[in-house]
Design a protein. Structure first.
Ligand code: ADP
Ligand code: ADP
Ligand code: MG
Length: 450
């Protein structure tokens, strides 16, 4: 095992990684921007290095400064968390060149899945069903012909995209050219690539994903599915494990697990990863992408399996064999994660930075809060407005919902505008309780249409 690990992230995930490291007797090094000098993740780590000014490109994406911090502190490995540098193959290569272990899959696997158009082709070649669409990145002319062929509505996606950014739903041919341009522009500005591809827009789908874990020796398991259908702006807000929809359909369930493992094997995956699928109302599943990193919502999987995913990321990165076997893994109970954001659900979920004066996280049976803030503290406009994740486990889904409702009622974040009351409305809604929803449901709820 490593003696010292640098955490190249901030917020709740940096706090959580620091806590896992401490529990294992591994020293931790935090990095922070000038705006985060007093942030909780800085204090939780054994050492901390300032890597630049507040804007992300100058600090948390500043590869030179982060690598220099690792070398100056003698860190043997870097955990990138999620977002930021976590899916940056170039950074993974630079770590390797500097003799530092990047805690994640190989740069080749990151590259293979990082271009989502190439990932689709790789998945199809591995026998995994993909959404009907383009074989790779396409020109505007090809897009028009292809869209006619697969039928409107279609979805234009940035090949290098993530975080729901850049995606455009196109309902009719007249709107295609403009959407292609918007998507290319967003891709270029957010991800440095204007390559786009096309998929059929599946109506009323669910987003279901499968957690996988592979070691250096080709041994891999899946850790069941997560239901991530409740989204705003194509980004998840409430996630669950398992998915009641999937568990009620054994063919779908087995197909999802088989697809995820087949793709993991095909690309020689290593470490923790997530294979994302769209599932149509008839229960057919289609691959959409692989996230070659830890996912925000990984705790619901930990809650139902008892597996410490970050612990396994560390062990696998250090070369240890994965001793988990598929037969020994089982789903125990149900878990729900609510992402607590400083944002206003009534105003299109607009971020609302500000000062936190009171932060009372709930406790209780099955309740886990992964927080990246405390009181008092400043929530700045520089970073993602997620404050904390409320993760609640129960013996079954109704108990997890009941406990989540109670926990949300006891959660106090003041005087900031947050989505806490909105999350409570979700938990209380008949549709949610009955499992009747699609990826558009949450935005309809926020607009008062339900
Ligand atoms: P998950 O897929 O784990 O649910 P999200 O889509 O919510 O994750 O993204 C997690 C975090 O990473 C968010 O802060 C999001 O803004 C950021 N993010 C996701 N993908 C990218 C990307 N390709 N580039 C930069 N940031 C990203
Ligand atoms: P990102 O890389 O930004 O996470 P994804 O390709 O994973 O993008 O898609 C994000 C979300 O967009 C999905 O969870 C789903 O809600 C929606 N989506 C993606 N592809 C489709 C599709 N073909 N049809 C309908 N909705 C889709
Ligand atoms: Mg995705």
């Amino acid at each position: 095992m490593f003696q010292k690990v640098l955490i190249a992230n901030r917020g709740e995930i940096a706090c959580r990684i620091a806590t896992v490291l401490r529990a294992r007797g591994v020293r931790s090094v935090a990095v922070y921007s000038e705006a985060d000098a007093a942030a909780p993740h800085v204090r939780l780590a054994d050492e901390a290095v300032c890597v630049g000014p507040a804007p992300v490109p100058q600090s948390y994406l500043n590869q030179d400064a982060i690598l220099a911090a690792a070398q100056a502190t003698g860190a043997e490995a870097i955990h990138p968390g999620y977002g930021l540098l976590s899916e940056n193959a170039g950074f993974a290569r630079r770590c390797a060149a500097a003799g530092i272990v990047f805690i994640g899959p190989s740069p080749e696997a990151i590259d293979a899945m990082g271009d989502k158009a190439v990932a689709r082709a790789t998945a199809a070649a591995a026998g995994v069903p993909v959404v009907p669409g383009s074989g790779g990145a396409i020109s505007d002319d090809e897009a028009a012909a292809l869209a006619e062929g697969i039928g409107y509505p279609v979805l234009v996606k940035a090949a290098a995209g993530g975080g729901g950014i850049g995606m455009q739903v196109v309902t009719k041919p007249e709107k295609l050219a403009r959407s292609l341009q918007t998507c290319r522009d967003r891709g270029a500005s957010s991800f440095g690539s204007d390559a786009v591809y096309l998929e059929r827009y599946i109506e009323s789908p669910r987003h279901i994903e499968v957690q996988i874990l592979f070691d250096h020796h080709g041994h891999g398991v899946h850790l069941f599915e997560r239901e991530c259908t409740l989204q705003r702006r194509h980004q998840k807000v409430v996630e669950e494990a398992p998915s009641a929809f999937v568990q009620a359909r054994p063919d779908l369930r087995d197909g999802l697990y088989a697809s995820a493992l087949a793709l993991g094997r095909a690309i020689g995956y290593r470490g923790a990863g997530t294979v994302e699928f769209i599932v149509d109302p008839e229960g057919r599943h289609y691959f959409i992408e692989v996230n070659t990193r830890l996912q925000v919502e990984h705790p619901v999987t930990e809650a139902i399996t008892g597996v410490d995913l970050i612990g396994w990321q560390l062990d696998i990165a250090a070369g240890a064999p994965l001793t988990l076997t598929q037969d020994a893994l089982a789903i125990q109970g149900a878990a729900i994660e609510c992402r607590v954001y400083a944002e206003d659900p009534a105003k299109s979920f607009l971020p609302r930075p500000g000062t936190i004066e009171r932060f009372d996280a709930p406790t209780g049976p099955g309740v886990r809060v992964d927080a990246g803030v405390e009181a008092p503290c400043e929530v700045t406009p520089y970073y993602d407005p997620m404050l904390a994740k409320l993760v609640v486990a129960g013996a079954d889904r109704p108990e997890a919902i009941a406990r989540t409702r109670a926990a949300l009622g006891a959660f106090v974040v003041e005087p900031l505008t947050t989505n806490l009351a909105f999350l409570a409305t979700v938990m209380e809604h008949d549709d949610f309780q009955a499992g009747r929803y699609d990826t558009g449901w949450l935005e309809r709820l926020a607009k008062g249409r339900l």
